[in-house]
Design a protein around this ligand. Structure first.
Ligand code: MN
Length: 295
């Protein structure tokens, strides 16, 4: 019998200023509670006027992956390895910083000049100790190639993992699920999620309801108690164990489903470096100063 996941905790979000001064909506509690995700930043939505758009000028990363998913706007990126490209709505950039990358993430010159709406996500995914110093790599999935599916009032883009029979081609070192979902009011979704993985839902529009049946054993018969829990716009719901999520949309809603393993490794973190020990962080600074950070 399948066990539906319930909401174990609701983590509210707050507004934080990042990079060159852009605002993100970010859960109040991070790190271990949402392993293997280190950060879930919703960028905007913001309407920039001409000359107002800002990004993240040159900065390094080591020890994890950054996933950038753009919903609105246009961004460009460039890095120390000579890669450069742009992101348009629906595009995903899965960047594995591994042992080191130095890059800049900026609004496209068209947005800089004319202004415009910008909305998207940057999610930091931790790497296990065994892969923190792996060779950096990019996996770029343009909107036109990214798997999407629509059934019974539910639309999904499968960035990583599987949803409604669609599967992502993104390669990850640990099993990761990352799905963008839009649901019409009153529609339902039953999403399977391998038990044993940490599961969470970040809602950024409307409100959803999770239904689950808690098995209560009471002599002489066992019966189930049906519970309904809500997650609404601007809330990260951390889910209990189970192998399926039963969702009903209370309004038109939009959210991300995220899942991955508990890494159970120490996290030593300083700004854009996320390692296991303080010594490894110091080494990152030394390598950065010495110019031996990348390569
Ligand atoms: Mn970055």
């Amino acid at each position: 019998m399948s066990l539906s996941r319930s909401v174990a905790e609701i983590v509210p979000t707050h507004i934080v200023t990042e990079g060159g001064g852009f605002k993100v909506r970010r859960p109040f509690r991070m790190g271990k509670v949402m392993s293997p995700f280190l950060l879930i930043d919703e960028m905007g939505p913001v309407n920039y006027g001409p000359g107002e758009a800002v990004g993240a000028p040159w900065h390094p990363h080591r020890g994890f992956e950054t996933v950038t998913y753009l919903l609105d706007g246009r961004m460009r990126h460039e890095d120390s390895a000579g890669n450069h490209g742009e992101l348009n709505p629906g595009d995903v950039q899965w960047m594995t910083a591994g042992r080191g990358i130095i890059h800049c993430e900026e609004p496209h010159e068209e947005i800089l000049r004319d202004g415009g709406r910008t909305h998207g996500f940057q999610i930091w995914v931790n790497l296990p100790a065994s892969h923190k110093m792996m060779r950096p790599r990019y996996q770029e999935v343009p909107s036109s190639e990214s798997p999407t599916v629509e059934k019974n009032g539910v639309w999904a883009r499968v960035i990583a993992g599987e949803c409604m029979g669609e599967q992502s081609a993104i390669d990850t070192k640990i099993p990761i699920t990352l799905i963008h979902i839009k649901m019409n009011s009153g529609s339902r979704l039953s999403q399977e999620l391998e038990s044993g993985l940490n599961g969470m839902i970040y809602v950024f529009g409307g409100e959803i309801e999770l239904e689950n049946e808690a098995r209560v054993k009471k002599s002489p018969i066992a019966f189930g108690i049906r519970t309904k829990q809500q997650i609404k716009d601007g809330e990260l719901g951390l889910l209990s164990e189970g192998d399926v999520i039963s969702i009903t949309s209370k309004s038109d809603s939009e959210f991300l489903i995220l899942a991955g393993p508990e890494l159970n490794e120490p996290i030593s973190r300083y700004g854009p470096f996320v390692m296991n020990t303080r010594e490894e962080i110091e080494q990152a600074f030394i390598d950065y100063r010495n110019g031996t950070f990348v390569g």
